[in-house]
Design a protein around this ligand. Structure first.
Ligand SMILES: [Zn+2]
Length: 82
């Protein structure tokens, strides 16, 4: 599983932005990124998550998502080292 962002509520996963979002071609998604990663591909999804993940969480909370914590995916964290 290569999620770039995972959000949790009450200790369980409430949502994530992953391959089904950034590699999507046809269907619309209801994703914590609000579609900003939809179909953009992995590399761009990683860059987007680095730049915007906190903003996505704030917006999702404002939209009524119950989110206690969030974590960036390993590829996002690793890219941030370079
Ligand atoms: Zn997404």
């Amino acid at each position: 599983m290569t999620a770039v962002l995972t959000v949790r509520a009450g200790g369980s996963v409430a949502g994530s932005c992953g391959k089904s979002c950034y590699d999507a071609e046809y269907k619309t998604c209801r994703c914590v990124c609000a579609g900003e990663n939809h179909g953009v591909g992995f590399e761009q999804a990683v860059r987007n998550a680095q730049a915007m993940a906190e903003e996505w969480v704030l917006r999702a909370r404002a939209d009524g998502w119950a989110i206690d914590t969030f974590e960036l995916g390993l590829p996002v964290v690793q890219h941030a080292l370079f």
